[in-house]
Ligand binder design. Sequence first.
Ligand SMILES: *[C@@H]1O[C@H](CO)[C@@H](O)[C@H](O)[C@H]1NC(C)=O
Ligand SMILES: *[C@@H]1O[C@H](CO)[C@@H](O)[C@H](O)[C@H]1NC(C)=O
Length: 159
Amino acid sequence: MMSSVLLILTVCLSGYAAGLEALSQSVITAFLSGHNRMRSALNLPDLVWNSTLVSVAKSHVVDCHYIKIEDGNFDISPRKERDNVDIANDAMTMWSWEVNNLDPKWACIYNWSCKRYSQVVWRKTKSVGCAIVHCSRYDVNLLKCEYYPPGNVVGEIPY
Ligand SMILES: *[C@@H]1O[C@H](CO)[C@@H](O)[C@H](O)[C@H]1NC(C)=O
Ligand SMILES: *[C@@H]1O[C@H](CO)[C@@H](O)[C@H](O)[C@H]1NC(C)=O
């Protein structure tokens, strides 16, 4: 019952945004290998893909409202031309560059300068799920990833 209500809601909302199709295996691989490259450089265990988190991420991008994505690992890119593998790979590259902003106390988490990287390399996080939507309204792609257990816990450091 609950899941059919959610399904109907998802189908209706997706009218606002083109291309909230399920991610192909190659996009999932791009996300996972991007995350796990950053983690294995620190000897952190790999993340696995989590379809429950994909649904949460989808719910945050489906109506193309930026405001709902900015509290986590997100990316915004111009809509022209790009396929989801490129969008995922570019986001992984940008997030990895945040390693250059690290400071010894991880204060950078709280002014955004390393917040996406710090979540990727959060030791206690075990799984990730992401969604990409192509928003004709603003001519952008929105991308968001969700994590379990979530990182960037106030008062803790990533690893
Ligand atoms: C963010 O915080 C770090 C650590 O305190 C600092 O080095 C950096 O300059 C800050 N960046 C911005 C954009 O405020
Ligand atoms: C996937 O995410 C859900 C919801 O956040 C969580 O309950 C579940 O334990 C996660 N599964 C894995 C393998 O991390």
